[in-house]
Design a protein around this ligand. Sequence first.
Ligand code: EPZ
Length: 416
Amino acid sequence: MGRFYIDGGRCLEGTLRIQGGKNAVLPILAATVLNGDVSYIQDCPRILDVFTMIRILESIGCKVRWDDKTFMIDSSSVDSYKIPEELVREMRSSIILLGSVLGRHKKVIISYPGGCPLGPRPIDLHIKALKQLGASIKEEHGFIICEAPKLVGAKIHLDFPSVGATENIMLAAVLAEGTTEIHNAAKEPEIKDLQDFLNGMGAKIKGASSDVITIEGVKSLHQVEHKVIPDRIVTGTYLAAAAITGGEVLLTNVNPNHIQAINSKLKEAGCRIIEEKDRIYLKAPKKLKNIDIIRTQPYPGFPTDMQAQMMAMLTVASGASIITETVFESRYKHVDELIRMGANITLEGRTAIIKGVGHLTGTNVYAKDLRGGAALIIAGLVAEGVTIVDGAKHIERGYEQIDKDLNILGASIRKD
Ligand code: EPZ
């Protein structure tokens, strides 16, 4: 599974460019199935989840080539609507192919998704919405069989602003007959990036980033070229890493508008932050202050994908901090590992109480999911001695080169 070895006690300083967004590029890769043509995607992060998605696209007939970070996907010869089970199990976000393969083929067979163990990951909102668009959906032996002789636009209200459900509806509605409205849509920046990508291939979508997204069905789509937005969670992760080490960093290829909730909490912890058009500067205090409360919420609230990293940062702040995880049922698998490093954390249901301690101690810990793994690396940056983080593969699903990146900023990390 691979391990990271972190020598703690070094202060992060310097400049680093942020990778393209994982959660932006995955639905965009799924969307390349729709145009039956070539799509050029720039600044695509070279991470495991992207390579898994590429393998899935190739398995249904797409031709994929890439040089450095520009990926070319040709979906003209897509000839299958059955998504390979073993690849779906590897990555939950492959469920996003439901909407795009259905939109292209009017049929899709896919197994229930796997991915991060963040508690139950239902897809009831996806299923209910696709049925409203005219799809008939059966679930047999762990597979979802979805067919729609014709997809017809509908007015859909999401019970919860689900990111994946919003994306699947957009993908299925682009080639549907008539107009689709998504009410209570997710407002994450990745939804806007998907809208821009789809409009670039000839779709007619508006309203992304607001509560209501309108998709006017079109007959056909064409070639597109698109640059993926920066990864706001990788940005936040590196800001938290600099903060815990008392560091001073400049991150480039950043959209400060996408990380306002994160910046607000880092400032509350005593960090000085300067935002410019496409970069962000952070100078940490000698000792971080506690944060009274962090409640994760759908965008523009505080992102659940930064919960673990902020918790790690707060383990050595002065005073007690509270975190409540409202988006996922069990996203605290990193807590036991942080406690093994000397953190003082108490869990009460979805709420964690973090009491700052004088220091952490390096030891063997296990990454059980992507962001929890990043949190353990952050803790290892200040822990006394060497921290060994097992389960590197989880972390490499979303971070292109977290060891090289942090070493550029002065950390001492190696991977075996
Ligand atoms: C996306 O997951 C992201 N993944 C997640 O990032 C992120 O944590 C999440 O959005 C929330 O922001 C990608 O974009 C690839 P949801 P998604 O549907 O689409 C419940 C990371 O670390 N729900 O908004 O799966 C669900 O159980 C990953 O990069 C239903 O109940 O998130 C969860 O509690 C982790 N029924 C909540 O909604 C449904 O049909 C949020 O899920 C769908 C979701």
